[in-house]
Design a protein around this ligand. Structure first.
Ligand SMILES: [Zn+2]
Length: 383
């Protein structure tokens, strides 16, 4: 049955209200470049920044055996001895690169020489390679926590600008980042609730259930550093305004499920080729994001280079484009001071060749900072 037939029983005012609501909806898509504007390290700098931080901590006699394990991995796999002073000058592999190698071995039930046996130091007795995979995820949490603490200016500015223009309630956010920059900015918005579109087990205890009429939706497609998940109960806990995942390293006793005593795990899914998005909560979030995209008039991509590897994101967008009743306008806000011409051209090419309706793609030549300052000026093409 078509949408039109299904709606014949509804009154005209109903229909007009729905159409008006759709008319003005915007989905803001936040890629790595948006977090970068507020101080997050680039993919390629992640490990360098981490080991700098790690060496600072060692000088202050703060040590954790997970850091030692990671140092061993870099020595054995990439020939980088992070304990030497010049190690920060090395070309470090990207997070994706390292994780990709480990994930593929794990998914095929294979391992590397000396990396297959359980270690006495590993409390959970996981195979060493699987354990190092978990450690790397937590490393991302720790370095983002360290680099981003209290520094954000652009994300709060964006939320204020949208609220001042009366547009915040018509806007949803899709974030591909694990950090909580946009989360904290939205939590700071007066009179509005943040809706992650999933249920948290601690709702009513430190986390308020979002009021439907006063909420702004945020879909975190690859998980979030403020979520702790119990794989036994399939229950998710939120640690508002704090990257609770960091507690797993330093205060694991705080991360035990109160119902079943299982140690929580982070929900952080890097966008690799191999990873299936099978977690129950993430499935729900991806579905809700699709619904929001289907009902929107425009999508604003901020700091998202649209890499070929993001097959899940591409599938989501293609579903929206082919299945939706109308094609949203696409605005790309990817400009920044040190962007080189070749990268710009390649990005532009990826956007243009992917979307069906080329006339609806607007390459804005604006930066995320410009958008935060004045969102309307970026979207004025179809105003
Ligand atoms: Zn549990």
């Amino acid at each position: 049955m078509s949408n039109r037939n299904r709606r014949t029983s509804r009154t005209d005012p109903d229909r007009m209200r729905d159409q008006r609501a759709q008319e003005d909806k915007t989905v803001v898509f936040l890629g790595a470049g948006a977090s970068r504007a507020d101080g997050a390290p680039l993919q390629g700098e992640l490990f360098r920044d981490y080991f700098r931080h790690y060496n600072d901590q060692r000088r202050a006699s703060i040590d954790h055996n997970w850091d030692r394990e990671l140092a061993t991995l870099f020595d054995v796999f990439f020939g980088i001895n992070v304990d030497t002073p010049d190690s920060v000058n090395h070309a470090f592999p990207t997070f994706e690169e390292v994780l990709g190698v480990i994930e593929l071995a794990n998914s095929q039930g294979e391992t590397f020489r000396d990396w297959g046996t359980s270690q006495a130091t590993n409390a959970q007795q996981k195979p060493r390679l699987q354990h190092i995979h978990d450690v790397m995820i937590l490393l991302i949490a720790e370095i983002l926590d360290h680099k981003l603490r209290g520094n954000a200016t652009h994300h709060p500015r964006l939320v204020r600008s949208l609220q001042d223009a009366g547009q915040l309630r018509n806007t949803s956010f899709i974030s591909l980042n694990y950090d909580i920059l946009i989360d904290n900015a939205l939590l700071g918005a007066h009179g509005l609730d943040l809706d992650y579109t999933v249920e948290f087990v601690n709702t009513g205890h430190g986390w308020r259930k979002p009021r439907t009429a006063q909420s702004v939706k945020l879909f975190k497609l690859h998980g979030s550093l403020n979520w702790l998940y119990c794989p036994t109960c399939r229950a998710m806990r939120i640690t508002p305004q704090e990257k609770g995942v960091c507690r797993l390293k330093w205060r694991p006793d705080d991360c035990v499920c109160s119902k079943c005593q299982t140690l929580a795990v982070p929900i952080i899914i890097p966008p690799t080729y191999f990873k299936a998005l099978s977690n129950l909560y993430l499935r729900q979030i991806w579905h809700a994001a699709e619904q929001a995209l289907l009902g929107c008039r425009r999508i604003v991509f901020c700091g998202y280079s649209f890499p070929d590897a993001d097959v899940h994101v591409r599938y989501l967008l293609k579903r929206v484009e082919v299945n939706g009743a109308r094609t949203p306008d696409v605005f790309v806000v990817n400009e920044h001071a040190d962007k080189d011409a070749t990268a710009r051209q390649a990005e532009k090419g990826r956007y243009t060749r992917f979307f069906r309706d080329k006339a609806k793609i607007h390459w804005t030549e604006r930066s995320f900072e410009d958008f935060c300052e004045n969102p309307a000026s970026v979207m004025e093409v179809t105003a």
